[in-house]
Design a protein around this ligand. Sequence first.
Ligand SMILES: *[C@@H]1O[C@H](CO)[C@@H](O)[C@H](O)[C@H]1NC(C)=O
Length: 224
Amino acid sequence: MDIHIVIVKVDLLGLAALCYLHVLARTGGYIFSLDKWSGKKCYMIAAKRLRIAWGDTPNYWTRKSLLESRFKEAAKLHFVCWLEIRGRIETHMLSPSTTYKAYLVYKLTKRTYGLDWPAVVKVGARAYGFDYECPGLKEITTGIKHTAILVPQRKIQGHLARHHEINEVRFPNESRADGWLEMELGEFHCQGDEDVKLEMICCETSMGKSGLLVQGIEVRPKRI
Ligand SMILES: *[C@@H]1O[C@H](CO)[C@@H](O)[C@H](O)[C@H]1NC(C)=O
C-alpha cells in the first residue's frame, strides 16, 4: 500500500511539472524543470528573452530555427564587436537555501572567429540605473567577475596561453547531454527571504567576432 501511494505521488508530480513546463515555455520564454538530483527548481531562459546588444539588428544577430532544441529558436551571431548577452531572473522564482550556477548554453559554427578572445562573465544582484557601457557590468553590484573563453581549450592557439594566466580562465564544458556547449557565468546563493533581481552577463567589446549560436541561459542548483 505504501509503495502504491509513493508511485501515485511521483506520477502526479511528473504530470504537474510537464504541464507547468509547457505553459511557461509557450508564454514566458522560460523552461521550468526540477533538478533530478536535488528536486530543486531549474530554469532555462530562452534566447529571445535575453538582452543581447544589437540583437534586433539583422546585420548583427538573427533568429535561427532549431529542430533539436527545447526552444524553437536560437540567436545567431553574424558579426559584432560589442558582444553583450544578459539574462535576468528573480530570486523568488528559485528554491530557497540553495546555491545556483548560471550557464550560457551555445554552439560555435563553422565560421567562428574572434571568440577565442577572453570575455568577462558575472552573476550578481542588479542595481537600477542607466544601461550605458558594457558593462552593464557596473550595474551588477555583487558577485565576482571571471574571464571566460568561449572556444574549447583544445581548440585555442598558443598565443592565448602566453597572454593570459590560463589557470584563471574558464573554458566551456563540452559534456552536456544535448551536445551544446555551456559556459559557467557565475554562482549565487538564494536564501529564500530576499527578493533580488539577478543578472547574468557575458561581455567582450574589443574586437570583431562571429559564429555563435545561443540557445539560452540555464540556471540550476550547484552540485555539491
Ligand atoms: C562538465 O559537465 C559534466 C556533465 O554535466 C560534469 O560531470 C563535469 O563535472 C563538468 N566538468 C567541469 C569541468 O565542470
